[in-house]
Design a protein. Sequence first.
Lengths: 396, 509, 413, 320
Amino acid sequence: MSTDAPPSPAPVREGPAQRLRAAVLGASARLTGLAVAAALGIGAVVLALSAEETREALDDGLGPALVAGASAVGRAYSALLQGSVGSLGALSETLVAATVLILTGLAVAVPLRAGLFNIGGEGQVIAGGLVGGAVGFAVTGLPLPVHLPLAIVAAGLGGAAVGWLPGFLKARTGAHEVISTIMLNNTLTFVLIWILTLPLVQVEGRSDPISRQVLDSARLPRLLEGLRVDAGIILAVLVAVWVLWFLDRSTTGLELSAVGANPAAATAAGMDPARTTVTAMTVAGALAGLAGGALIVGLQGRITPGFSAGLGFDGITVALLGRGTVVGTVLSGLLLGALKAGGRAMQARSGTALDLVVVIQALIIVFIAAPGVVRALFRVRADVGEGARISQGWGS
Amino acid sequence: MRLELRGITKRFPGVVANDHVDLTVEPSEVLGLLGENGAGKSTLMNILYGLTSADEGEILLDGRPHVFADPGDAIAAGIGMVHQHFMLVPVFTVAENILLGAEPLDRLGRFDRGRARDAVLATAERFGLPVDPDARVEDLPVGLQQRVEILKALYRDARLLILDEPTAVLTPQEADGLFESIRGFRAAGRSVIFISHKLREHHAIADRITVLRRGRTVGTIPAAEADAQELATMMVGRPVVLVVDRAPAAPGEPVLEVRALGVEDPPGTALVADVDLTVHRGEIVGIAGVEGNGQTPLVEAVTGLRPVTAGEVLLRGESIVGRSRRDILRAGVGHIPEDRYTDGVVASFSIADNLALTLWDDERFSNGRTRDFDAVAESARRVVADFDIRTPSIATTAGSLSGGNQQKVVVAREFDRPIDLLVAAQPTRGVDVGSIEYLHQQIVAKRDEGTAVLLVSSELDEIQALSDRIAVMFRGRLVGPFPAPVAKEALGLMMAGVDPAEALGGRAA
Amino acid sequence: MSGAAAPVRRRRRFAAFGGLLAALVAALLRADASARTAFVLNDARGARFPLPDLVVPVAGTVRILAALILALAVLLAVRGAGRRDAAVVGVMGGLAVVALLTWAGAGTSISVVSLLRGTLFAAVPIAFGALAGVLCERSGVINIAIEGQFLAGAFTAAVAASILGSAWWGLLGGIAAGALVGLMLAGLTIRFAADQIVSGVVLIVFATGVTSFLTSQLLAGTPSWNAPVRFQAFALPGLSDVPLLGPIVFDQTVLVYLMLLAVAGVQFGLFRTRWGLRLRSVGEHPAAADTVGIPVLRTRYRAVMLGGVLAGVGGSWFTLEAASQFSKEMTGGRGFIALAAMLVGRYSPVGALGAGLLFGFADALATALQRLPVPIPSSLLRATPYVITIVVVAGLVGRLRVPAADGKPYVKA
Amino acid sequence: GGDGADEAAVKACQITDTGGIDDKSFNETAWNGFLRAEEELGVEVKYLESTSEADYDPNIQAFLDEGCDIIITVGFLLGDATEAAAQANPDTKFAIVDYAYEAEYDNLLGMVFATEQAGFLAGYVSAAVTETGTVGTWGGINIPPVSAFMQGYLAGVNYHNDQKGTSVEVLGWDGADGVFIGSFEAQDLGNAATAEMLQNGADIVMPVAGPAGLGAGTAIQDFGSGSMVWVDTDGYISNPNFAGITLTSVEKKMDNAVFAAIQGVVDGTFAGGTYLGTVENGGVDISPFHDFEDAVPDDVKAELDDIRAGIIDGSISTTP
Ligand SMILES: Nc1ncnc2c1ncn2[C@@H]1O[C@H](COP(=O)(O)OP(=O)(O)OP(=O)(O)O)[C@@H](O)[C@H]1O
Ligand SMILES: Nc1ncnc2c1ncn2[C@@H]1O[C@H](COP(=O)(O)OP(=O)(O)OP(=O)(O)O)[C@@H](O)[C@H]1O
Ligand SMILES: [Mg+2]
Ligand SMILES: [Mg+2]
């Protein structure tokens, strides 16, 4: 029957250390390395071709053009590296970007386990940011140890509510979660715009669609003087550890996996697929809500229109790149975070279009999702299950 | 057509499914193919049909070597195959399924439904296998689905027909009908390769029997000379006890009481009506019946998979109507579902996780809400040893086990937790004789421990071998139970709806 | 596993919904008793056979419509309409919309032609995208990448139509680009058996990146490459003079006619021809198709490519009909709406068109309501299409039957 | 890169908001000011695009590291980030388009525009030349930088109605809310919104939605009649394919303001505070009528001059 179903959770105990080791050093890591190399290689060709100096040097012949191209690529990629891991500041930027990516990635990974595809990250991020932000600026007089956790929890709850709805609708009426999450994304985008036009929310005396500033007592503290990385990354890692436990070690996690892999057998074993669907989507919503909250009470400090743009979609990329596992999601969140931070530096220092970073990112994922392509490119045996399935289709 | 396979070898990672297999089928011959679960029968047939390629060996048809790159080649060479798992598109009609790949077109290039119907009806007529060409396959009983599969092969004018475990899902009557057809093919000069785990059926239909064990040919003997015990020994490699050794029952107090039970499907059609039944500690009550007569809904209602629409179900005197499946299982009900592939195991999970599946959140396998992997692993190792589940490790996925071993996983899981009532539906379907022997022994042992057992099987031999009392289901109603033994003919009559007094009286007369 | 009473419960739920709807409509009654709404039935550009405006009194109309809805709700509660229960709910919804428009348009006029032309206009990309999805998924390949195909199609169509100076060349370019993304999807999912959802998501990212990159690198510097010749409306002689229907359906660009043809063609092809039977068999049970000699992978390749062609046409709509040039990420998530429309339409071409029209209508309705003096913030009105879709899907469409092999790569042993 | 002789050249740097540099809207208009400064003043110009709010701070920082002499940010979303950077870097000049501060900083110039004044003029012209007696306007999102145009437009139409006893109706804006397509990119939605107005009687439409506004042009072309009022820049020049249907444009001369700010740095006359572009100082106005020169009666043109004077001396209020 379903011999092509996704891998089962570890059957016997394997320490987190072993798993991390496997994730970092295992065959799939080598594959990831090759994939990154291949993508950067293709990116270099595009970069060299599109660089103005190459085109100019082409007038002098092929040789000078090659040199010019190579130097353009060298400058761009050294900026990429510098900007992502080259300094403490760069690392800080990588972590800032990774915070949100990890959380939204987990928001996709959790339902994936239960056979559900959460495209609703964006709407859930909005809800989390709105509710968390509102608690952050509207509730006054609390000390930081109370106010900040309150805002974070509120963000989680806000996201959870928006995640719960598609789960509930699916369980009750069979409405497909892909439809309802897409629709909720759009709906919440407009709700966000509307809320930001309310004078109650806006900064006093101004009519820009920007919310009031989150109070200092609800702001995530910065970790290092002068750097933007804040306690959000710690929150993300703690949450990831919890999700690791939840998916791979908790009884509910087994329920999720069983329902995802074979709902009939799960039912026969006494599990409740409907309840599991609701649980998975609610947890997912909470995770994305935390991402929104971490952004608003952390980096941004205020709610702005479009603050969530693309975050839900990034989460899908991160989760799929991480093959739906928790450790994988965290690592790919860091990788894509580094690409974001490095891409920005690339633009700033060598004038490379940001879109090129997006293309490189897509290529990396292509090569990871289809090991056969890398194998064909490098003529090596990648001893990873060819085209392993990560998602489980539409289910129903 | 004369078929000869020479030295066929097929290796899968870690397994040699076929190891230099030789085999011949003469024209107008039915060759029985026998072997344990996982012996390599289906693999061999898949090679013959072009679905898989052999690593070594050759296929000769009428003395000439053939290479089948895909089923199209095999079909063209006159080979037809009815697969162990049906190769039918459930949402298509009978005619669409039969003509798929060989569709008649009208002048506009459309799929010509009229001609398709006619073609199906003509083929059905010719071979005496009536079907409704416009019925949707998923709405048909399995027996008819099988008929569609056979017609698919016959429509393509198969001169060698491969039947891979065709009777596993058939009722005895349906099987008899199939045998009648097979005799017809043989008379018409066609050859048949017939795979079954039921020795009786090989006797009934095969001319010669080839036995496979662990991928190798053990031998070929004329069916007339084959003796069941000898075949079983050839197959398993050791003597097999074919008759269950069973002491008389010592029934205790009632465990399961079903009173005036009614079950309806969502549109409101009665599936089960007015069923009364009591199962006591230490006895096995068998329910015989042609499939589709309400056994499945009855079992589902009793085990909490389907809502009860009328009546009562009591477990140890307490009503379990309306309680969740989980509560019912935890209250001491064990259930071996009839479809192990869909309901029994999660194929992608490890054996260990599957063995813990019905107690996934029980404190035996968890500390609070955290799973206790040590307990899961330890228990799995013990159970795998106790139940002789053949697997390289407890971390192996259940989906990679052979059917018999998968069934053992399901049985072991239910037996390894405290249960007062065991509901076993078709527990040995598709399982080889060696495993049947073992599963039967286990069920009897469970009874002897004082468990109440409700056994549902369409296999009359199984019902008779295990049951202390026997009931028959017909059109949603239960007849009996009667104390065992009940004569096979009497059961057969009641399964066909004959009044019990008449059926049993008929025996007395 | 639902109880025997499920259809009855569903009917009751419908009836309750109808009651609520009637109450909501009745609540619109506060309007000034003498107010009237004019429904304009003619094209503002002039009509050969003009129809008089339909001027209705607001209070009376709303009252009658509320009563009608209530009557239907009572019918559902008492007797039901059998298999047509859902249709009755649809009718109730339609009546409620008419009531809403009557109320909102009090004292002014509403162009019915505009509303319905707008519906058809917005439905084009959604229907094409959903059709592409239907073809792919009926053959067993999940196509999340519609948005990417739209972007690639829109970009290439714009450039081709600009450079070659004809909308037809643009359409060809758009088709080629859609098919190219289709080919990449097919290659990844069929040849390399990669996860289908991952592949789709990646292709969206890829198409977004490449089109944006090329737009800033190539088009920004050469505006003449981004000034496509667009399709002009083509009035079908005679038919376009039919009152009301004419200007709505028969005075459209070729893309609208193509959409109607494509829906009919794919519907016919999928369910009436050998090609469709084989395509569906591959999506339902590839092993079964394989055993009767149907080449599974080749069939899937072709289906995905043809899907790419249709998505490419949908993408071309953005730059050959709706807009005058390509701009970054201009498809604004419409590919995802198409994906939803495919599901709402239950994998059927006609259903895809229906879902596209429903969505298009909701969009046009939102615009009309924004223009009329309705006391709902404009930003919330913009969410109308999405909210309606959720309500329809949760209330009427319910559980889907997905092609059995959808999303599963076929790998031979 | 310039070295040697250009060593002393002023470095002027722009940071876009998420719209991107080639947004056919305010980011691009501001950039045009930079390009003019490059050409006329010989300054070195650079830009960075922001893809999200998270980019603002690092982009500003990147330009500080580059040693930019003036950093001009675009859009109200950058208000806080620019203010913070200006406070932390008193030696660098900053300017921001579409944002003004209550506090005064020496090194930070907020540049805002009284677009309702120019919108008023466009509304007046529209009311004067409409043949159907109905005009329309719609926006991207209902935020002040957008609605200011619409507000002025409505006021201008109303003024015409008062003065001339006409009863021209404005579709799409009622003084508080109206038709907003919810996007600045979706040209197709702009097309649909415009088509809706044309079918309901409007013959002049003013889209206020950046590139999405181009959808109005396609809708008018397809409808076969009607004209459009473009915003931000002179649409006759920036959208050549719609030149024939562009009645006029509500110009918000960000490029001039940006150029002036850069020039201030070059001349050493840069002063912080707030710059308000008005009809009076030429910061906003409507463009020439180009192809519609003959369609607009001369007396209307004369009245426009009176209105300008009225706006300048405060006798005409540009909000309805
Ligand atoms: N695609 C495959 N990949 C790996 N191993 C396989 C595959 N197909 C079959 N096998 C293995 O080959 C062996 C023979 O399997 P096969 O299905 O031929 O057995 P069988 O005799 O038909 O058994 P049964 O009676 O249960 O149907 C088994 O060990 C099985 O697990
Ligand atoms: N489409 C068909 N074509 C030909 N014969 C049919 C068809 N459908 C039913 N029959 C015949 O009618 C008999 C009764 O069919 P039905 O499906 O009602 O069986 P049932 O009582 O539900 O039992 P089961 O579920 O075990 O098949 C079948 O045994 C079969 O011989
Ligand atoms: Mg087999
Ligand atoms: Mg039946």
